[in-house]
Write a protein that binds this ligand. Structure first.
Ligand code: GTP
Ligand code: MG
Length: 434
């Protein structure tokens, strides 16, 4: 396991064939879009895509996914373009992978494994590396059988010569039994638990500041927006999954109001579930935010599907009902007027901007400011003077409109965010109607 990340370093380009399925209920266009996206993922992972195959089927074949006949046709295509790897756009069961490997005699990779592979090669911080390793091991666990031994030789053990799909713990882990894998999973989970606790402590120290998080499809421009708003030197790349960590910075909205803004990992269609689970501690910045800024690449032809996917993942994270603001980014790239009109009519509340040119950033600051104002409650409270800590907190973070004294109590009219009102004065504590 120690040299897992040695294996994730840059690697030679491999030639690959992509295979997608168009099942009933999905239009051919949609299936083609998903396959094109798999092409981008493959490119990110260093695979040179020679051929794309899209197969219409009524249902998945349990033995070969695309059916034995179609799988046999692949043998010829593999020989023709001298492919090293076939990448499937669907998740494959261990049995399907085994059957396809035996028939095609090349490496077989599915969408989840490709995504995990990209995450493994891009993870820089210890937290991201731990999370990816955990997700990879959970993925590998049901697949730890003898079938892997020929891949192990192919990978050569070190140096990353195995290429896409062999980076990460797979090849070094092949001869290790399930118990050892499970032990490692426990250790990684404990390490992540510690990281999550540290994050929770850090967050606790800044609960008084309103927190917003940038969420959205990968490559939507979240990090570009983060840099434009906060000046943070975050990684921006025209690639999928440029960001795998979270960064939090203070952003001024003007009018003497600051918020904390977090940038974090992007989402994608069919994101492996165990990857979402493993990335929980990184995604906690989003999970704990008071407001989600859902960034959309409005110039992307499939942006509405992207929106739906992000909403789905937010649901899985348990934050579907969190206040969310749609931010339509890359406005500078959208030339089609009819499309613009359609999107404006369909999403009337979206804030349009370009993080690249800076156009519309003021509108976003203003929209967040208004959200904050709308979020604030005006309360009248009667607090005993002995509650010194509470009083000083209220003076520090609230906007005091009026104070008076009544016996040993302080009578105060104060504006607070709903979040802070609930935190400092839970269940109407000390609140008075007079
Ligand atoms: N033209 C244009 N390009 C943009 C805009 N915003 C971002 N980009 C480009 O889009 C690409 C992706 O930007 P990122 O900010 O890395 O996207 P991200 O959402 O953080 O992506 P991940 O971290 O991979 O999830 C980069 O090449 C940016 O330069 C924009 O408003 N206009
Ligand atoms: Mg990013």
């Amino acid at each position: 396991m120690a040299n897992m990340h040695d294996l994730t370093k840059e690697h030679a380009l491999e030639r690959g064939i992509l295979v997608g399925l168009a099942l009933p209920g999905i239009s051919l266009d949609e299936a083609q879009d998903t396959l094109d996206e798999l092409g981008l993922l493959a490119d990110t992972a260093g695979v040179d895509v020679a051929v794309q195959v899209l197969q219409e089927r009524r249902r998945r074949d349990s033995a070969y996914l695309i059916g034995r006949g179609k799988a046999e046709e692949l043998v010829e295509q593999i020989a023709e373009c001298d492919a090293h790897v076939v990448i499937f756009d669907e998740d494959l069961s261990p049995a399907q992978t085994r059957n396809l490997e035996t028939l095609l005699e090349v490496k077989i990779i599915d969408r989840s494994r490709l995504i995990l592979d990209i995450f493994a090669s891009r993870a820089r911080t210890r937290e991201a590396q731990t999370q990816v390793e955990l997700a990879q091991l959970i993925y590998m666990l049901p697949r730890l059988t003898r079938q892997w031994t020929h891949l192990s030789r192919q990978a050569g053990g070190t140096g990353g010569t195995g290429g896409v799909g062999t980076r990460g713990p797979g090849e070094t882990q092949l001869e290790v039994d399930r118990r050892a894998t499970n032990r490692r999973i426990t250790i990684l989970k404990q390490a992540l638990g510690r990281i999550a606790r540290q994050r929770a402590i850090a967050r606790k120290q800044r609960t008084d500041i309103f927190r917003a998080a940038l969420v959205g499809y990968t490559n939507a421009g979240k990090s570009t927006l983060m840099r434009a708003l906060s000046g943070a030197d975050v990684l921006i790349e025209d690639r999928l999954f440029a960001t795998l960590d979270s960064t939090t910075r203070r952003v001024s909205l003007g009018y003497n109001r600051d918020i904390l803004l977090s940038d974090t990992v992007g989402f994608i269609k069919k994101l492996p579930h165990h990857l979402i689970a493993s990335f929980h501690s990184t995604l906690e910045e989003a999970i704990e935010a008071d407001l989600l800024l859902h960034v959309v690449d409005v110039s992307h032809p499939a942006c509405e599907e992207h929106i739906a996917t992000v909403i789905e993942v937010l649901g899985e994270l348990g934050v579907a009902d969190r206040p969310t603001m749609l931010v339509f980014n890359k406005n500078d790239l959208l030339d089609d007027r009819t499309r613009r009109k359609y999107l404006m009519a369909t999403y009337p509340d979206a804030v349009w901007l370009s993080a690249e040119t800076g156009e519309g950033l003021k509108d976003l600051r203003w929209a967040i400011y208004n959200h904050l104002e709308g979020d604030r409650l005006t309360l009248v409270v009667q607090i005993p003077q002995r509650e010194g800590k509470l009083l000083s907190e209220l003076y520090r973070i609230g906007e005091i409109l009026h104070t008076d004294y009544k016996g040993n109590d302080v009578l105060m009219e104060v504006k607070l965010s709903q979040h802070n009102a609930q935190r400092l004065l839970p269940n109407g504590r000390y609140q008075s109607l007079c």
